[in-house]
Design a protein around this ligand. Structure first.
Ligand code: SAM
Length: 274
């Protein structure tokens, strides 16, 4: 098929079956688990997913790819194609309509320009996915799997790790794509917790703490958080909350999700008492 790949849609397509076979084998799909694929492109990964899952729903934004995908998988009863933007689509409705009560997972070679919004939508929506297996830029994979104090540990790491466990699988070199991107990629699984180990009193305050803690990396936590909570809490009160468990010069990047949640709970209680 004659097709000009669109850079703006992150269309770096995999060129051989080798990598799609490996991705499909670690994505959690099996004879009892349906799959939502985001961005099927020409269908190279879709083909592997259809071999192992009773139902594959592929969501593709580019209407030019739709006739090709429909004809490639014509006759596959377990294939459903949805021509929508994954950010705008109603996933609750798709899951209910297409999967009924079947457990499902997400598998995708994600378009790089929109990785974080997609991952956050999949986690914030509380869709009960068995797992979310995605190929992302290698640096993003490293960031999502980073531990406190490690390079790359930041707001997105803490946010994703609040909802899920991140497992790194394997690296994929740029030469496996057409066109060849400037960066390498890696495949990771994000496995949402059925029961989150960290439960802040107020999720909104927790995410304000996370955003604030990493907004200015060189600042101490007390200074970063006073920019966020300054109108609700004095700097002295913030300092006293932080020094109950940490040094006054601690920085956001030193704290794990549980420690950030503890600070958020103390801030929340303080604000409520005011
Ligand atoms: N799965 C194919 C492969 O591995 O070769 C294509 C992957 S390519 C990196 C990303 C795909 O996501 C493209 O097909 C692109 O058109 C699609 N895409 C980009 N933005 C999207 C969006 N917001 N919603 C759904 N699909 C999108």
């Amino acid at each position: 098929m004659e097709f000009t790949k669109k850079k703006a849609l992150g269309q770096n397509f995999l060129t051989s079956d080798n990598i799609p076979i490996r991705i499909a084998s670690v994505c959690g799909a099996d004879e009892n688990t349906g799959v939502i694929e985001i961005g099927p492109g020409m269908g190279i990964l879709t083909k592997q997913l259809l071999n192992i899952s009773p139902k594959v729903v592929a969501i593709e934004i580019d209407e030019e790819l739709i006739p090709h995908l429909n004809s490639r998988f014509e006759g596959c009863d377990n294939f459903k194609l949805i021509n929508q933007d994954v950010i705008k689509c109603d996933l609750d409705d798709i899951i209910e309509t297409e999967f009924g009560g079947m457990e499902c997972c997400v598998c995708a070679n994600l378009p790089y320009y929109i990785t974080t919004p997609i991952v956050m939508k999949l986690l914030e929506g509380k869709y009960n996915f068995k797992s979310i297996t995605v190929m992302v830029q290698k640096e993003v994979a490293d960031r999502l799997a980073a531990k406190p104090k490690e390079e790359g540990y930041g707001a997105i790491t803490a946010s994703v790790n609040y909802y899920a466990k991140v497992v790194k699988h394997f690296k994929v070199g740029a030469a496996n794509f057409s066109p060849k991107p400037k960066v390498d990629s890696a495949v990771i699984s994000i496995i949402p917790y059925k029961d989150k180990p960290v439960k802040p009193i107020c999720e909104k305050t927790f995410f304000e703490v996370v955003k604030g803690a990493f907004a200015t990396r060189r600042k101490t936590l007390v200074n970063s958080l006073s920019s966020v909570f300054g109108n609700r809490l004095s700097k002295e009160a913030l300092l006293s909350i932080i020094t109950e468990s940490h040094s006054p010069t601690v920085r956001g990047e030193e704290l794990n999700v549980a420690e950030l949640a503890l600070i958020s709970d103390k801030i929340q209680k303080h604000i409520q008492e005011e």
